[in-house]
Design a protein around this ligand. Sequence first.
Ligand SMILES: [Fe+2]
Ligand SMILES: [Fe+2]
Length: 273
Amino acid sequence: MRILFLGDVVGKAGRLAVKQFLPKLKEDLRLDAVLANGENIAGGIGMTCETLDELFAAGVDFVTSGNHVWRHKEIFSRLEKDRRIIRPANYPEGAPGRGHAVLTLKDGRRLAVLNMLGTTYMEPLPCPFRTALDWAELPELADVPVRIVDFHAEATSEKKTMGYALDGKVSAVLGTHTHVQTADAQILPHGTAYLTDLGMCGVEQSSLGMDFEIVLNRFLTKLPAAFKPAKGDISLNGAYMDINESTGQAREIRIIREHCPEWKLERKAEQGG
Ligand SMILES: [Fe+2]
Ligand SMILES: [Fe+2]
């Protein structure tokens, strides 16, 4: 099964990058499924129903999220209803929506997806390692060998250890949240594809998609100021994987990195973020 997983899609620029680059990638890579982390699709923080619909219309099949998922309240009921979106699984009971799902493709093939938050330098949530190891043993997943994990975490040590913990139990462990693509795409000894961070879709000449000037000022003055999505050339970052559907093991993982200076997000296009 050929899968593309896109790193955090940030604001209008990120959505534009997906719209511009995805059709050709789908054709060139003969993709069976496209997944994306959508925690930043609405103005750089959170998701709204409208921006989610835009992502699905652009060809994304399934959306994971992260710590910013709760920003817009309208998403709470959408998380309950829409089986194409998940939030981190290790939030305490009572959080809206679900943290894992099985996606059925148009031809009936299935893949399982799990989303989790790291706990190093992040919220003190229940243990993501226990959550993931229990998930991998769920009886309903016994006949779903293709399993993709989005580990939304800050620390590289935590992400790499998650790869090791799940090696041979899932098809891929992919990091999100830090928005900077790492160069360590690899297949672990027991067949799990691994990448510490997928990177992001949006304006790369920025601080994680946000305007440098505001971020620098916050560092210099330590005063609060609202972030604003950056403007400029847009990029798309993610990883392509080919998974053996009978064993669930990865045959290949490679980073995807598209950049086009001609597709600039200008001030005019940014309206509505
Ligand atoms: Fe993010
Ligand atoms: Fe995040």
